[in-house]
Design a protein around this ligand. Sequence first.
Ligand SMILES: [Zn+2]
Length: 179
Amino acid sequence: MEQVFAPWRIEWIRREEKNPDVEGCVFCELPERDDDRANLIVARGEEAFVMLNNYPYNPGHVMVIPSVHTGEYGDLTDDQLLGHARLKRRTFAALEAALEPDGFNAGLNLGEGAGGSIGDHLHTHVVPRWHGDTNFMPVIGETTVIVEAVEATYDALHEAFAAQEGATVESEERAVRFG
Ligand SMILES: [Zn+2]
């Protein structure tokens, strides 16, 4: 019998830390601000946005986050589910274009028992994987290197999102809706 693959046992599920500049929910507050690059918001779509993880398991580790504040997957409306799913599709494509990974782990931590927290704001982790990448963090080691790696990844990924067909249409729609 084949061994069951259990991606959720990997340790990045507990690597999320609150941004010290944010009082409330980081996933609600940062998209309200103007500086997407400083806040690592790499793309915005309908009903959702993509943020690079500050404590990446691998280069290109992002979170696809519904814009609405809820920790209950069942609370998402059909429009919110669709917006989130569409942005996930764009995220896989952008990561493939920018980083050429060999595969992905993608998923949600729902509930305390899974590493989530009560009152959490839903976010789907997407982690690009390469053959033999088992432990990126200890290899990199120093914080300064990680920061540089995150900034370089941001630029590459932002460019890949911007190059996607339909990206301009979405940002124009957004300007109409939120402008
Ligand atoms: Zn929130």
